[in-house]
Design a protein around this ligand. Structure first.
Ligand code: IVH
Length: 695
């Protein structure tokens, strides 16, 4: 990026500026100061090799701020001061990518790669292919557009065709230059792809902060990175220390001659590096033939943990762009590239004890308590071991050394015990016959694997039920949360669900950690929850097997919630998604006098037990039409989309069947889409088409 002569000049100027040896500031001098700041940002953020102290950088930066204040007419769009955003992001507008952002096909072993190579050779007519291999960064993908050397737009991947404009937030990432000298190469406009990542260190720092604030830590650097990009406050984005690797030029328009570097993928990585971007220039390798690719991938996997950031595999790309063009793409991925996914990470540790936890429905889940061990970005200290059967199958004993593994961001699992390491002091795991919380006898149904506490007044169940009731997808009582439920329960103020509406607020206001404002917020949120629609209440009751979709079906099937006390199993079986198991559970709930008493109390308190919505939507524009959403929706939340359908009289189904009219397909749709394709009458539509439909 900088020649040694330039480096010397910039260092000289740095010294002069720091020693106050520059007396007069002209517009030209200011340009030099900006150049100096950019150079030091590059040294620090791209090369990780700073050549001045942080304090010195700050001094130079403040100098620029001062001069720009006196001469606002000298402020340029790419001035280092222009990263700082003062205004909040109100919303993120959707913008189309210049070229669709595709995903990659996956491979997991040498055989998969050999297969990929065979097909690519066949299609390209080549005897051997040259590949460029580079790390697969585990972050959030972005697309950047530079026009006339200036960064004009940054977008999320979105549905691949269009994404959200996150320019202001991306400007907070110091390794992304606000301007780059593309015009020197004759490039007027260029679209670049890459990955926003969070280093392992920044991820830990951020999580430590969350923990200190009593908030739950984020699962992995990828979630942290993608969450950061959509934050309202750009200053908060800056505080997270995001980083970026740029690895693909998806479009450019050239004035003048052809550009040699852009003839190969490796050349484009070098060009990006030369333009001041952090591209995987050093991490990549160019090899002829798939054998070399395979060994590079395998060797790199061994070095994975030494890297300061997370990667989840390698990406293998046909190097010549002319061949890439020849190979083309499917609707989902290019035929000239493939991801090689690393194996799940494994570690060994000791199983110290088993804790039996009682859930909302009384299910008793054994949780293995382990000596904490670091495993692919997180420290693991407990793992669910599901049920008795599972423990027997894996032959787990207390005191065992166990092999654990974690694939991607999947929940860790115990792979196996290591009986060869037993010393004889290991103990069998005894499953309790009584509830570890309330002491009542546990039951197990014949066809089930779990033991259950059937005492619905069991403390553990009561607390879990209340936690579920207030949760986001249920009654959505903001600022209540799990910790408050537990606290109020311990204080004896909250014994059951109706108790939420009779909390002693004056006493809460004087609790440590509570102030007037938080109590006011809580009171308002509890009050607002009384207006939640019936389907939310049904879901919030936590009836076994009744998820959000079934709750909606149930709400639409009655006028008043207590009408369910009159419904026979046959009536219930008529409903969409309701099978024998679900019907039995619903009947069980409405036959229990304690539950009926609770519902009557809730009605008195002012909650909505009447289905008010049902009448209003009849005759809506979608009336009689059924919908199902699949894949990751990028333009709206699933719950919002479903609410829109229902507001216009449509219904939401729980699965693909011939009763379905529309399947709305988001990103990475899987089996539902495949199933729907086989039924001719189902209209398969994109998110955009859905938006058109609902107007
Ligand atoms: S190339 C058409 N290269 O992995 C080019 N992708 O699972 C497609 N990713 O959506 C992308 N590191 O977000 C490419 N070195 C790399 C990558 C990379 C990470 C991400 C990217 C993509 C996803 C596919």
């Amino acid at each position: 990026m900088y020649t040694s002569e330039q480096v010397n000049q910039l260092q000289d100027l740095t010294k002069k500026l720091l020693n106050n040896a520059v007396a007069d500031f002209s517009e030209q001098m200011i340009a030099g100061l900006k150049e100096v700041l950019r150079f030091h940002e590059y040294r620090y953020y791209v090369l990780s090799e700073p050549v001045i102290a942080d304090f010195e950088y700050d001094q130079l930066y403040l100098l620029l701020v001062k001069i720009e204040k006196a001469h606002p007419e000298w402020v340029t769009l790419d001035s280092p001061t222009q990263r700082v955003g003062n205004s909040l992001n109100q919303s993120f507008t959707t913008v189309a990518h210049l070229v669709p952002m595709l995903s990659l096909d996956n491979s997991y072993n040498a055989a998969d790669l050999t297969d990929f190579d065979r097909k690519a050779k066949e299609l390209s007519g080549m005897e051997t292919l040259e590949y460029c291999v580079e790390p697969k960064f585990d972050g959030a993908s972005i697309s950047l557009i530079y026009e006339n050397d200036l960064l004009v737009r940054a977008t999320t991947r979105g549905d691949g065709v269009a994404g959200e404009d996150i320019t202001q937030n991306v400007k907070q990432i110091r390794s992304i230059p606000l301007s780059a000298p593309f015009s020197a190469k004759g490039i007027q406009q260029i679209e670049i792809r890459g990955e926003i990542i969070l280093s392992k260190k920044s991820f830990d720092n951020y999580n430590n902060k969350l923990i200190q604030q009593g908030l739950p830590p984020l699962a992995n650097p990828r979630n942290a990175a993608s969450g950061s990009l959509r934050m309202k406050d750009p200053k908060e984005v800056a505080a997270r220390n995001l980083d970026a690797f740029l690895y693909h030029v998806s479009y450019y328009n050239l004035i003048g001659n052809n550009l040699g570097e852009l003839g190969t993928h490796a050349g484009s990585l070098d060009l990006l590096w030369e333009m001041g971007f952090r591209s995987p220039k050093e991490e990549k390798v160019v090899v002829k033939g798939i054998e070399g690719v395979i060994s590079y991938c395998i060797n790199f996997e061994e070095k994975r943990d030494e890297l300061p950031y997370e990667i989840d595999g390698m990406v293998v790309k046909v190097n010549a762009l002319s061949l890439q063009e020849k190979l083309g793409m499917t609707s989902h991925h290019p035929r000239w590239a493939i991801a090689y996914k690393f194996k799940a990470r494994q570690a060994t540790t000791t199983l110290n004890s088993i804790e039996f936890q009682v859930g909302r429905t009384g299910a008793v889940t054994p949780v293995a308590k382990l000596t904490p061990v670091y495993l692919g970005g997180v420290t693991v200290s407990s793992i669910s071991v599901h049920n008795e059967e599972y423990i027997r199958q894996k032959d787990l004993k207390i005191g065992d050394t166990v092999l654990i593994e974690r694939a991607g961001d999947v929940i860790p699992q115990i792979v196996q015990a290591m009986p060869a390491l037993r010393t004889g002091i290991e103990k069998n795991i005894e499953f309790p016959i009584t509830c570890p919380v309330c002491g009542s006898t546990l039951f197990k149904e014949e066809e089930e694997a779990v033991w259950r506490c059937i005492n619905i007044e069991c403390e553990a169940q009561v607390v879990e039920r209340i936690i579920h009731f207030v949760s986001k997808d249920a009654m959505d009582i903001k600022s209540f949360g799990e910790a408050n439920v537990r606290k109020f329960y311990e204080m004896g103020w909250l014994k059951d669900i109706p108790g939420i509406y009779h909390l002693p607020f004056p006493q809460i206001a004087v609790l440590e950690g509570f102030g007037k404002k938080s109590v006011d917020n809580l009171t308002a949120a509890i009050e607002a929850s009384k207006q939640q629609p019936l389907y939310r209440l049904i879901y919030a009751l936590g009836i076994r097997f009744v998820g959000e979709t079934t709750a909606k079906t149930l709400a639409n099937a009655v006028h008043h919630l207590l009408d369910f006390t009159q419904k026979t199993a046959e009536d219930l079986l008529q409903l969409e998604d309701v099978g024998v198991k679900v019907a039995k559970s619903i009947q069980g709930f409405f036959r229990n006098p304690q539950n009926i008493e609770m519902l009557k109390q809730l009605e008195q308190i002012g909650l909505q037990l009447v289905n008010t919505k049902k009448e209003t939507v009849e005759g809506g524009s979608l009336s009689g039409q059924s919908f199902l959403f699949t894949g990751t929706l990028t333009k709206f939340k699933r719950s919002e989309a479903e609410a829109k359908v229902e507001a216009q009289g449509g219904i939401i189904l729980g699965g693909v069947s011939s009763k379905l009219n529309y399947l709305v397909v988001g990103e990475d749709a899987g089996s539902k889409l495949e199933k729907a394709k086989k039924i001719n009458t189902i209209k398969i539509i994109s998110e955009d088409a859905f938006l058109d439909l609902i107007g």
